[in-house]
Ligand binder design. Structure first.
Ligand code: SOE
Length: 381
């Protein structure tokens, strides 16, 4: 335990699924990581007073706000965490940065490229620490994949393939809009699976395999009209239910990406695989503690895919948890991200993905959406 701990006082905006994931991370991080900084849960902000109060009681926030502008102005808050729907990300992050606060933003950074560019400009102009919650980088098995790639164990890379499959919007009776279903509403979400799911695949891909130069894409909205929860009217659906693209990476490798909410039977099957001249690796979220690795340089008669159970003390992050062999899960990825942030904050260094890092993903999602309209290859610039 660090001798005297410094506080970072958190103001969280949003009390949904991600508000819970982030709050859990703030509460647990100092129990498992020896850090100079300690998050203090100062205030949670949401439009509904009763819900904000219930959330504050559940997660241990000292106070509540119902107007994010008041939260951003509070002098007893150091960091604003934007865990509300995508249509709030730009306005709140820009105001928070202008007020000199550290800014954390849930993915995707923004609904569209112009918003994302303005957000990057705001945090860089203010010089405030900033970070986007692309949590899957910090699954220990995914971090191990990054180590193996950096050690050049795969050699020259030829292929990257990723998919993120779900099935929760298949019913035509499911409405769009409102608190739980804003992801189906283009005004709130920006796009459908492109911004929600492909963005995860793209963030990991760029991290592991470098810049994506160009893409050609297709998308479909299978259910064209849904009742809007707020207006009560049947309205056109303007988000993509499924989206897939081919990509060319700067390193010369080829990528294939697919995301859908119409893959019956799959709840959150995020998988990726990479193939290089000397080896391959593969990972999937339903078996998140395993990394599959094939090393062509192994002795021929023993050569084969090995399934690494990423639970040993010398695996990324695992030395902070239990004993070798015991697994951790989804919520720990957020704990790891804030632990890295607090470590880097003490050292005065940024934590990836910063807003600028996440802008690279926005260039790709934007090019994907453009290509679905143009039918052409689009540059990710
Ligand atoms: C959508 O169902 C969702 O919750 C995404 O919004 C998250 O980013 C992803 O991690 C899991 O699926």
């Amino acid at each position: 335990m660090a001798a005297t701990q410094r506080e970072i006082r958190i103001g969280l905006v949003g009390y949904g699924f991600m508000g819970r994931a982030h709050s859990n991370a703030y509460r647990r991080v100092n129990d498992f990581f020896d850090l100079e900084y300690r998050p203090v849960l100062k205030a949670v902000c949401g439009r509904n007073h009763d819900k904000a109060e219930a959330f504050a009681g559940q997660w241990g926030y000292e106070s509540i706000e119902t107007d994010w502008k008041t939260l951003v102005e509070r002098r007893d808050i150091d960091a604003i965490d934007v865990a509300a729907p995508n249509d709030t990300h730009a306005e709140i992050s820009i105001a928070a940065a202008s007020a000199g606060k550290t800014v954390f933003c849930e993915k995707p950074l923004a609904r569209n490229l112009p918003e994302a560019e303005r957000m990057v400009e705001a945090v860089e102009r203010s010089g405030v620490p900033n970070m986007v919650w692309y949590n899957y980088r910090r699954v220990p098995a995914v971090s191990l994949a990054k180590q193996l790639i950096d050690e050049e164990r795969l050699g020259h890379i030829f292929h990257y393939r990723a998919k993120f499959l779900q099935d929760w919007t298949m019913s035509p009776d499911l409405p769009q809009g409102g608190q739980a279903l804003w992801r189906l509403n283009a005004e709130a979400a920006g796009s459908g699976v492109t911004g929600d799911l492909l963005a995860h695949c793209i963030d990991t891909a760029i991290w592991l395999n470098g810049r994506i130069e160009q893409v050609t894409a297709m998308a479909e909205t299978f259910i064209k009209k849904r009742r809007h929860q707020e207006t009560g009217r049947i309205e056109a659906v303007r988000i993509d239910d499924a989206s897939a693209f081919l990509a060319r990476f700067e390193n010369g490798s080829l990528g294939t990406f697919e995301a859908t909410r119409f893959a019956r039977g799959h709840k959150a099957l995020y998988c990726f695989e990479m193939n290089g001249e000397n080896g391959s690796l593969a990972w999937n979220l339903h078996d998140l503690h395993r990394l599959e690795f094939f090393d062509h340089r192994d002795e021929a008669k023993l050569r084969g895919w090995r399934s690494i159970h990423v639970t040993d003390g010398d695996h990324p992050y695992m030395g902070h948890w239990w004993v070798p062999g015991l697994q951790i899960g989804y919520e720990h990825t957020f704990v790891h991200q804030i632990a890295d942030f607090l470590t880097n904050l003490a050292a005065g260094t940024p934590t990836a993905p910063t807003f600028r890092d996440a802008l690279a993903t926005e260039y790709v999602t934007s090019a994907v959406l453009s290509s679905t309209r143009s039918g052409q290859w689009e540059a990710c610039t």
